[in-house]
Design a protein around this ligand. Structure first.
Ligand code: AMP
Length: 425
């Protein structure tokens, strides 16, 4: 399958080629023709599957009025002041910024005006940006409503709505905002919804927002999980920082994304790492937008070796070929484990996911194993055996991570348990 057979215009094919994408990903193969045909779509796909391009590319084509497939309705007039023709709503600022930069990137050969709005920064420049109208706006829910209330935006000509990471929006309590926004939009529109899970809440939301949608599902937990080498190290809770420092130094890791369950935990880990001479920064909801951007930029350009993130803040982080992620704490929500390790081994690259597992986290580990259908082998790091007895298998392999490609995937349980994602919630 090639991009050329999906119905994209020459300009977009040129862009795709310039990006170095040789073959479309499974979500792209299914979503691009569906969006081009102006159908509503409900797609179950995680970050890292190429989902941003799967909706952005065909939307840009529809909005540029170019090569509309025969039989499809003609799109509305071009831009009017304050009008927005397509809206992408994301749960976090980071994701909004990332999607917006993909939109800019993919639209570089088209006559398309796009923008992004989110909270935590001044609203005035956003009001000015909207003044001339936009083909495509990426927004977080709260700021979008603020802008509407200030009459800075007009949805009368809105043709396409995208809800990106809809499951996350529900997790973060944005359901009322989403329903509010839905009421402001013309009922006759194309709606696309992307979610990492297909829980009953998501099904309900989809029912209320989508019209006879095409259901696309490329997001079994295993498809992400299988690309990543996963290690679970039992360790005393109070020694987690120490063992992380040991692993970073011993393996000379230069770019590690570490997940912390709490904001406070993230900050104190950064202090501990800095004390050990490792450049680190945290990214979580209590940090200003400016501080988050600085941390992320530092991490991208290599100045920050360790980025410590909470689950919420981590959602928008897209650093390609991230070699290693560490779960400093195991998440309470097992789906978060899949999201977390999805940061590594992205778009065909293999990656390494390390989890530091303390005795009080047995329940979390069990739910993760149930979700992904894997029974992990616990591996003690020499010199860091936990003081409390746990059912572990010792590893005396001293060169723990010399070879990221090594096939040490966890053993698989019976097939019947292997596809735990859908319908689980
Ligand atoms: P996403 O799932 O949208 O977050 O995309 C994950 C990463 O995959 C991004 O860095 C994209 O640039 C990259 N990507 C998207 N589509 C393709 C493709 N067809 N081939 C290779 N990489 C891709």
């Amino acid at each position: 399958m090639s991009f050329g057979s999906l119905g994209l215009s020459d300009e977009l094919l040129k862009t795709v080629e310039e990006q170095g994408y040789s073959t479309p990903s499974p979500i792209q193969i299914k979503a691009i023709p569906a969006v081009l045909s102006q159908r509503d779509v409900m797609a179950v796909a995680q970050t890292g599957t190429g989902k941003t391009a799967s909706f952005t590319l065909p939307m840009l084509q529809l909005l540029s009025g170019d090569a509309i497939p025969s039989g499809a309705m003609q799109r509305g007039p071009s831009l009017q002041a304050k009008h927005v023709r397509a809206l992408v709503i994301t749960p976090t600022r980071e994701l909004a910024a990332q999607v917006a930069s993909s939109v800019k990137n993919y639209s570089r050969h088209l006559n398309i005006r796009s923008g992004v709005v989110f909270g935590g920064v001044r609203i005035e420049p956003q009001i000015s940006e909207l003044q001339g109208g936009l083909h495509m706006l990426v927004a977080t829910p709260g700021r979008l409503i603020d802008l509407y209330n200030q009459q800075a935006i007009n949805f009368d000509e809105l043709e396409i709505l995208v809800l990106d990471e809809a499951d996350r929006m529900l997790d973060l309590g944005f359901i009322d905002d989403i329903r509010h926004i839905q009421m402001l939009l013309p009922p006759k529109r194309q709606t696309l919804m992307f979610s990492a899970t297909f829980s009953s809440e998501i099904k309900l939301l989809a029912k209320g927002m989508l019209n006879n949608p095409l259901l696309i599902d490329v997001a079994t937990a295993n498809s992400t999980v299988d690309k990543v080498q996963q290690k679970i190290h039992p360790i005393d809770k109070e020694r987690k920082g120490e063992v992380l420092i040991h692993l970073i130094k011993k393996n000379k890791w230069h770019q590690v994304l570490v997940f912390s369950r709490t904001k406070h935990g993230a900050d104190s880990l950064v202090l501990q790492l800095e004390k050990a001479g490792i450049n680190a920064a945290s990214i979580h909801a209590n940090r200003s937008q400016h501080a988050r951007t600085l941390a992320l930029d530092g991490f991208r350009n290599g100045k920050v070796v360790v980025l410590v993130a909470t689950d919420i803040a981590s959602r928008g982080i897209d650093v390609s070929q991230l070699p290693c992620v560490v779960n400093f704490d195991l998440p309470y929500v097992p789906e978060d484990y899949v999201h977390r390790i999805g940061r590594t081994g992205r778009a065909g690259h293999s990656g390494l996911a390390i989890s530091l597992f303390s005795e009080d986290e047995s329940k979390q580990l069990q739910s993760i194993e149930r979700l992904i259908g894997h029974k992990f082998k616990l591996e003690i790091i020499p010199g860091f055996a936990p003081s409390k007895k746990a059912p572990v298998v010792s590893s005396d392999d001293d060169d723990e991570y010399g070879n990221f490609e090594a096939d040490t995937k966890p053993q698989r349980r019976g097939q019947s348990q292997g596809r735990g994602r859908r319908g689980r919630k």
